[in-house]
Design a binder for this molecule. Structure first.
Ligand SMILES: Nc1ncnc2c1ncn2[C@@H]1O[C@H](COP(=O)(O)OP(=O)(O)OP(=O)(O)O)[C@@H](O)[C@H]1O
Ligand SMILES: [Mg+2]
Length: 653
């Protein structure tokens, strides 16, 4: 058996376990950080500054007790020296009260900013998801042709989650720790320059160690994120393809493929966390060493302070300075530890943000169309007049350069003139295709697989734009028509049937959200779907799930036809719409469609020639060219390709 094939995996850069690792570089994306901050400021112009102010206040309050402790200790020292409790008391009690007051306010500030952060984070993510979804709705079909759907899924789950951590936890901690560090540093300098200098040397060593480790782990955290996305994409693909996997007995091969992805994930996660987990204890322990070092330095300075050992320039130091200084040393190293712990979350959050921004920055489907579809009625003189109410008569509203407006009734006259097209540059799919379909006509396309039949319909509804030639709709170049209005005027039954979660009725109503239940049932009758729906246990209220997996393929097609029919469109495109339907039911659908599409245009694509025999004109496509056109009888008479297809001679050859 051929080895199980899977889409080429993105090369994972993780070196195999045990391989020497290069010195990794930190992966903080400052551009993405700037954009996240700008967006936060834009979304919450008042709440954000309030939150930052609360964070700064609480950070500052957590740092200043040192000042008070110094004053309290020196007051106690004076009291012990002089025995004057009364004056010591007047100094100590107000300070203690102020300290308590500050802490109470600080608790309020902490509670407030935590609540605000939760509110802003969830609001921010909500807005991001909305923006992503909005953009996704406006992306050209090409984007979905060329990007893995599992990857797109992971933007909404994995990447958004990393952003949640970034905004709710890491950024506030970063601000808080930075402020604490700054305030403590200033107090330290004012207490003792020498001790501060010694501490700075120690901290530099600490930073160098944490920098090495932190930079390494952030890289693996980002890889871990990519691996999670690859795992998700694979699982999604496997779920969609479960039946094919089983049919070809590929369970084992799939398991192996999954194992590769899963191993990558384990390895990336292992490396990421192995680094991250040692970072904290290392910094902590260096902090302990620094604490002891500072105690020694303080003791030495105190000794030099003795009258007979005074060294000029060292400055005054006393026990009232050393005690708070040691406390601050702990706080200082603790804050550095906290900052370093955020490094990975920040790197990951920004990598997630970058991917989300990349989706949001994809160029949306361009639409320069200015001709719109409006409700219309005929005035007494026979001219077309725009109207608010739904009249059943539609018109193209065409503004001209000279300021005038013309209204053209929507009839469904579609003409392709010398159309060339290529999905990818240099690989033309259609060559010089010309098709004329007048209202009321039924135009059929037949031809071998890959001949370009579906492509023609993709061009009429402007999923893709043509390279050369013209497509006119009721005499208007379709490039001038607003895309949504153009598509609204076309009823399309796509080659692959897609149904959505919801009831059968919901799925039919998808074609026209204003349709009443009666209209939906009428459309189902026209489409020949009513019979089978009535036999379903809950009829029109039957819930569909997983693309209608509880229906047969033909039933799904009938629903898709009903969905297009309820829109009551002037032009209908049916791409292999009845390919899975038995010939007897097809004849019923055909009659229904004929009734619906009287005086309207229908494009039919079918391999089964009995489906297209009664068409007004049949186009035979071959490698993107129309090689024959005419009625069934004329084409049979001509004894060309169509004749060969019809008589089976083609296959026999
Ligand atoms: N999204 C795409 N990107 C690139 N090439 C494409 C794409 N879709 C189709 N093609 C190519 O364009 C050609 C015409 O495809 P098309 O889907 O129009 O064939 P078709 O006549 O509808 O075939 P079938 O009868 O199998 O439905 C094929 O060679 C196909 O490989
Ligand atoms: Mg096709």
């Amino acid at each position: 058996m051929k080895k199980h094939e899977m889409p080429p995996m993105k090369k994972n850069e993780t070196p195999p376990t045990g391989a020497p690792m290069k010195r990794p570089k930190p992966k903080i994306d400052f551009r993405a950080l700037g954009r996240v901050l700008r967006m936060l400021r834009e979304f919450y112009p008042v709440l954000l500054p309030v939150t930052v102010a609360c964070i700064i206040f609480s950070a500052a309050t957590s740092a200043i007790p040192a000042l008070f402790i110094e004053r309290v200790i020196s007051s106690i020292e004076t009291w012990i020296d002089t025995g004057d409790w009364a004056s010591a008391r007047t100094e100590i009690i107000p300070m203690v009260l102020i300290l308590i007051g500050l802490y109470v306010v600080s608790i309020i500030a902490i509670t407030l900013y935590n609540q605000l952060m939760v509110y802003m984070t969830q609001g921010f993510l909500h807005k991001m998801r909305c923006a992503m979804f909005d953009r996704m709705q406006n992306l050209p079909i090409k984007y979905f042709d060329t990007n893995k759907h599992g990857d797109i899924m992971s933007y909404y789950t994995n990447d958004i989650d990393t952003m949640r951590e970034l905004i709710s936890r890491s950024l506030p901690t970063l601000v808080q720790s930075s402020v604490t560090l700054l305030v403590i540093f200033c107090i330290m300098i004012s207490f003792s320059v020498w001790m501060t200098l010694v501490l700075l040397v120690g901290v530099t060593v600490m930073l160098m160690a944490s920098g090495r480790i932190g930079a390494g782990s952030s890289k693996y955290f980002i890889r871990q994120q990519r691996s999670v996305a690859a795992n998700e994409a694979f699982v999604q693909e496997m779920m969609n393809g479960q039946k094919v996997v089983k049919v070809f007995c590929h369970e084992d091969a799939c398991r192996k493929d999954f194992e590769v992805l899963n191993n990558n994930l384990r390895e990336d996660s292992f490396r990421a966390h192995a680094y991250a987990n040692i970072l904290g204890p290392i910094i902590n322990n260096i902090g302990h060493v620094l604490y002891a070092l500072m105690a020694m330095v303080g003791g030495l300075l105190l000794a030099f302070e003795a009258p007979n050992l005074t060294i000029t320039g060292i400055g005054i130091i006393s026990i009232s300075v050393i005690v708070p200084f040691l406390n601050m040393t702990r706080q200082f190293t603790g804050s550095i530890n906290q900052v370093s712990q955020q490094f990975n979350t920040i790197a990951m959050g920004l990598a997630g943000a970058k991917r989300v921004f990349a989706l949001m920055d994809v160029e949306p489907e361009a639409d320069e169309g200015y001709v719109t579809l409006v409700n219309a009625r005929r005035a007494e003189d026979g001219s077309i007049v725009e109207t608010e109410e739904h009249t059943g008569l539609w018109a193209w509203k065409h503004p001209h350069g000279d300021g005038t407006l013309t209204y053209t009734p929507l009839e469904g006259d579609v003409r392709l003139n010398g159309v060339d097209f290529a999905y990818e540059e240099g690989k033309p799919v259609l060559h010089d295709v010309s098709v004329y379909a007048a209202p009321g006509q039924k135009v059929a396309f037949v031809g071998a697989t890959g001949a370009g039949k579906t492509t023609i319909t993709n061009l009429i509804n402007r999923f893709y734009d043509i390279a050369d030639g013209k497509i006119r709709y009721d005499g208007i170049n379709i490039n001038k028509i607003k895309k949504s209005d153009l598509r609204r005027s076309l009823g399309i039954v796509l080659q692959e049937t897609n149904l959505f979660s919801g009831t059968v009725m919901d799925n039919i109503r998808y074609g026209n959200l204003d349709a009443t239940d009666e209209q939906c049932i009428e459309a189902a009758r026209l489409a020949g779907a009513h019979d089978f729906i009535s036999r379903l246990p809950k009829g029109y209220d039957t819930e569909l799930a997983n693309n209608g997996s509880n229906l047969s393929q033909g039933q799904r097609q009938l629903l898709a036809i009903a969905r297009a029919a309820v829109a009551d469109p002037p032009v209908m495109i049916m791409d292999e719409a009845t390919s899975s339907i038995d010939t007897r039911t097809e004849a019923i659908v055909q009659r229904g469609m004929d009734r619906l599409m009287e005086n309207r245009t229908v494009f039919v694509i079918a391999h089964r020639l009995s489906t297209v025999m009664d068409s007004d004109v049949i186009m035979v496509l071959d490698h993107g060219r129309i090689i024959e056109r005419g009625t069934h009888e004329a084409l049979i008479e001509a004894k060309g390709t169509y004749y060969q297809l019809y008589t089976g001679a083609f296959e026999l050859e």
